[in-house]
Design a protein around this ligand. Structure first.
Ligand code: G6P
Length: 470
């Protein structure tokens, strides 16, 4: 077994198996921000990525991506249900997102979650060279840091939570709260998107274990765990380059023409998830149409809803509700050749997204709760001409950085309507000022800066960070 000095452990591999219509297999980039973000910078680093390939009972031998070795972990049907669809995505995911959907506490899922976490930890322990750094990602693998500490006391262990960490009173609902917290605190450095998450964890460590804490560390059983916020970002240069490609620019022009230029375009791109606030957004838009403050003659909404976690009940129910509502709105307000909403329940590749981002007059990113939201950052990166408005939820991690967006509370439908109108009617000079400021921020806060900051904090020497390239 070849070993690496840097091992990344994430539920998903950066590629997943996408069965092509002719039955052949092709590999495409995995959905969601985590895979997109990390994939960009690890391709030129001699590292190993351990994760699930998206299939059932499969662990295909996968080619390296540049210098990055890929090591799949197979999941059985039962593991998929108990670990991924169950404990990770029906218990932790809703609970960590303010319980905007009711978390399900099923005692059987816990055992599977723990067993699968052990398998990931064992796979990582096997490929880590002596003194290596192992960087564990996200809520699916929260027990892995402590398991690794037992298996490989010689390695440096990092953990990064891509999603929000909930307020203590919500976390305390978890039947297995102590084990979960201890699992994560097995790391040397725990990173979060926002400082509030670190405060929440520190409070819980005091309450549950009597730990000693300061602003950025927790002392537990005589060991120090450092905690800090490292807001994640995107591959800004990649999105800028895509957006400037002549074929992408041409595609964007075609899309605008297809959408009935000069209609104003409101664009949303989300995984089809109840945390994304899609229903609130549809309500606001539909009321604007009802009140006659927006007319399909001059405005159109494009909602991309990327299929996600489709076997989980709450996601199935949500899809039905959204599709019913889109049908109702189009039925009531659309005209022949002029629908009120274009709804696309599909995945788009990066170049198509770059084209779509350029068609938008107003990008509407209004999650009810989101760890970061990289779509907001991608939109900004794609707008080289400094045009267009970003309407952004206060409850997305990105709002702390993109302060020049039109910030909004998506629960407040009246406020959302007012903000959408403000963004649609904004003075171009104001939009240019806002976009310029947001683009300046992103120029120095890209994915490489994020990973370097994290890994330098992990190993103190800068050795790990020096290997990163984009
Ligand atoms: C969020 C999570 C990621 C996850 C992604 C896509 O961004 O933080 O860990 O990979 O959603 O979800 P999926 O269930 O398809 O992996």
């Amino acid at each position: 077994m070849r070993q690496s000095s840097l091992v990344v452990v994430a539920n998903r591999l950066p590629l997943d198996d996408n069965a092509a219509p002719d039955g052949a297999c092709e590999w495409r980039r995995s959905p969601g921000g985590l895979a997109s973000a990390l994939h960009a910078i690890l391709q030129q680093t001699p590292a190993t990525w351990i994760g699930w390939d998206g299939g059932i009972d499969t662990a295909p031998a996968l080619p390296d991506i540049g210098t990055l070795r890929i090591r799949p972990v197979a999941l059985s049907e039962e593991e998929l249900r108990g670990y991924y669809e169950g404990f990770a995505n029906s218990t932790l995911w809703p609970l960590y997102h303010d319980a905007v959907e009711q978390p399900v506490f099923d005692r059987g899922w816990w055992e599977t979650y723990r067993d699968v976490n052990r398998r990931f930890a064992e796979a990582a322990a096997e490929v880590a060279e002596p003194g290596a750094a192992i960087w564990v990602q996200d809520y699916h693998l929260q027990l892995v840091p402590q398991l690794l500490r037992e298996l490989r006391p010689d390695v440096l262990i990092g953990f990064f939570l891509h999603v929000p960490f909930p307020p203590p009173e919500l976390f305390m609902q978890l039947p297995r709260r102590s084990e979960l917290l201890r699992g994560m605190l097995g790391a040397d450095l725990v990173g979060f998107q926002r400082p509030q998450a670190a405060h929440n964890v520190a409070q819980l460590a005091v309450k549950l274990f009597g730990a000693r804490t300061t602003d950025d560390q927790i002392t537990l059983d005589g060991r120090v765990v450092r905690t800090r916020a490292f807001p994640i970002s995107i591959d800004v240069a990649e999105m800028q380059a895509l957006a400037a490609r002549p074929d992408v620019v041409g595609h964007a022009e075609q899309l605008r023409a297809d959408l009935g230029q000069p209609r104003r375009v409101l664009l949303s791109v989300d995984r089809l998830d109840y945390t994304k606030g899609i229903e609130h957004r549809l309500t606001a838009y539909s009321e604007l149409l009802r009140d006659g403050r927006v007319k399909v003659r001059d405005t159109v909404m494009v909602q991309v809803a990327v299929p996600s976690r489709e076997r989980v009940d709450s996601y199935r129910v949500l899809r039905d509700r959204i599709e019913g509502e889109v049908g109702r709105i189009n039925g009531e307000y659309g005209r022949v050749g002029e629908p009120a909403i274009h709804y696309l329940n599909q995945s788009f590749d990066r170049a198509e997204l770059a084209a779509l981002y350029q068609t938008a007059d107003v990008m509407v990113v209004t999650p009810l709760r989101d760890g970061m939201n990289l779509v907001a950052k991608e939109f900004v990166a794609a707008r080289a001409a400094n045009t267009g408005a970003l309407v952004l939820s206060e409850f997305a991690g990105a709002a702390a950085e993109l302060e020049d967006a039109f910030l909004v509370n998506p629960h407040d439908v009246d406020g959302l309507k007012t903000t959408l109108l403000q963004a649609m009617d904004a003075d171009p000079a104001d939009l240019e000022r806002r976009m310029t400021a947001m683009r300046e921020h992103l120029a120095t806060h890209d994915i490489l800066a994020w990973a370097r900051a994290y890994l330098t904090a992990l190993d103190h020497t800068g050795r790990l960070a020096a290997g990163l390239r984009r």
